[in-house]
Design a binder for this molecule. Structure first.
Ligand SMILES: NC(=O)c1ccc[n+]([C@@H]2O[C@H](COP(=O)([O-])OP(=O)(O)OC[C@H]3O[C@@H](n4cnc5c(N)ncnc54)[C@H](O)[C@@H]3O)[C@@H](O)[C@H]2O)c1
Length: 428
């Protein structure tokens, strides 16, 4: 393997760790820095603090090229490219909170040898603002590259290894070329552009995907009124090459650490410039209502929810992750409890997060444990183990018969054959 450039990754969350592991696989020495000392201790002890398929194995296999610490100095000494992968959560106003990004910028000393490579999702215009701040701080020599991240939790490493595209935005100079060079072995299409356009590619991509989800959810809701089956409709639509099948699965709304905040951030960004982004307002509203429609479905069958026992199957915002940020399960559990229902739940991986985020929900060790004595079950996250449930056994454990399939992931014939009542999304 030819000698590869050492890099630094600042922030060791979902994006930072996957980026670090991915580049270590390619042969780069990676110096990872995080302000969370406990996380760094765990990483140095060989523990991986998040669940992401294949990540623990990749980190273990490339351990000699991965260095974890809380101090920037060793990273600055060895690496020119400083990948920034810190969180950018929403503020109360809906704008992105850039305080962690700003803290990183403030901590980097003046240098002509280093460049910031922004992986964190930031509003369009952030790069230009940061360059101004850097100049004010006497650090105009630092390079700046926007390199937004498109990985999906649950398949993040696979996405790193085979990205649909790599977007590199810069204003010229050595750093943009060096970032392109780093990604060359992946043989992905590269979009080389300016910083603002790169920032906008990321926001626009997430907003478009969220729009597709809200669109098919609305089609599903109309299907419920008209007798059409949304699964058939989505198949028929998706085969049109101009439309495509991806993100045409209706459900109980999107969640996670990215779509909700990025769609809102883009809407706010537009609003701050005086442009009213009407479409995104509707996308967000449809998504909120979609989570609440489940309660109406339960009420249709069970009437008043007070004292009723509802079991939630899955809590993570999607399968194969332990991430519960903005998960639909949080809204659903809170709505059901506000209606006086008793809520039990099971998730194969997200239990630790759930204990903190929904302390009044009864967490079970298994799907059947959560279903014990329930009047109704709701499939919230389509973990594959729920599709494999023995529905006769489920029927034996529940006291009621209602199964609401919030992701259209269950075999409805098998559910019905067990004597249960099946309610999907957009299908009779
Ligand atoms: N999670 C995803 O699926 C995903 C996908 C694409 C893009 N993104 C974007 O990537 C960014 C990171 O997301 P994430 O999910 O990895 O976040 P995360 O919360 O999992 O990780 C962020 C990490 O940054 C650390 N950190 C905070 N301030 C720091 C500082 N000053 N110095 C060093 N470390 C610091 C935190 O301790 C944490 O470990 C966000 O902007 C997000 O929008 C996320």
């Amino acid at each position: 393997m030819s000698r590869r450039e050492p890099i630094a990754v600042i922030g060791t969350g979902y994006v930072g760790l996957v980026t670090a592991a991915g580049f270590a696989e390619l042969g780069n020495e990676v110096w990872c820095v995080d302000i969370d000392a406990t996380k760094i201790e765990r990483l140095n002890a060989g523990e991986v603090p998040i669940y992401e398929p294949g990540l623990a194995e990749s980190i273990a296999a490339n351990r000699e090229r991965l260095h974890f610490g809380t101090d920037l100095a060793p990273a600055l000494e060895r690496a020119r490219l400083l990948f920034v992968a810190v969180g950018t959560p929403p503020t109360y106003s809906g704008d992105a909170d850039l305080s962690a990004v700003n803290a990183v910028v403030a901590a980097i000393p003046a240098s002509d040898r280093h460049a910031l490579v922004m992986k964190s999702t930031v509003p369009c215009g952030t790069g230009a603002n940061l360059r101004r701040v850097l100049a004010e701080q006497g650090k105009a020599g630092l390079g700046y590259v926007s390199c937004p991240e498109f990985l999906k939790e649950g398949s993040a490493l696979a996405d790193f290894r085979a990205p649909d595209r790599v977007v590199v935005g810069d204003a010229g100079g050595w750093a943009g070329d060096a970032v392109v060079e780093l990604y060359t072995p992946l043989e992905a299409p590269v979009v080389r552009t300016d910083v603002a356009s790169a920032e906008m590619v990321k926001l626009a991509s997430n907003a478009f995907l969220a729009t597709k989800i809200s669109f098919i959810n609305e089609i599903a809701n109309v299907c419920e009124e008209t007798g059409a089956d949304v699964a058939e409709v989505a198949k028929g639509m998706g085969l049109d090459s101009r439309i495509g099948t991806a993100f045409l699965q209706p459900g109980i709304g999107y969640g996670g650490s990215c779509f909700p905040k990025d769609v809102t951030a883009l809407k706010q960004l537009a609003g701050n410039t005086g442009y009213h982004f009407q479409l995104l307002g509707a996308v967000i509203e449809v998504n909120e209502l979609q989570k609440r429609r489940v309660v109406a479905k339960l009420q249709k069958h069970l009437g008043d929810m007070a004292g009723r026992h509802v079991a939630l199957l899955g809590l993570a915002f999607k399968p194969d992750t332990d991430d519960m940020r903005e998960a639909s399960s949080l809204v659903l559990a809170a709505r059901l409890q506000a209606e006086g229902a008793r809520v039990s739940a099971y998730d194969p991986i997200a239990e630790v997060q759930a204990r903190t985020l929904m302390p009044s929900v009864e967490l079970a060790d298994s799907a059947l444990g959560a279903l014990d004595g329930a009047d109704a079950a709701v499939l919230v996250t389509e973990w594959s183990e729920f599709a494999d449930l023995d529905w006769s056994e489920v029927a034996g454990r529940m006291s009621g018969t209602l199964v609401v399939d919030g992701r259209n992931a269950l075999d409805r014939e098998a559910v019905r054959a067990a004597g249960l009542t099946y309610e999907g999304v957009g299908r009779s």
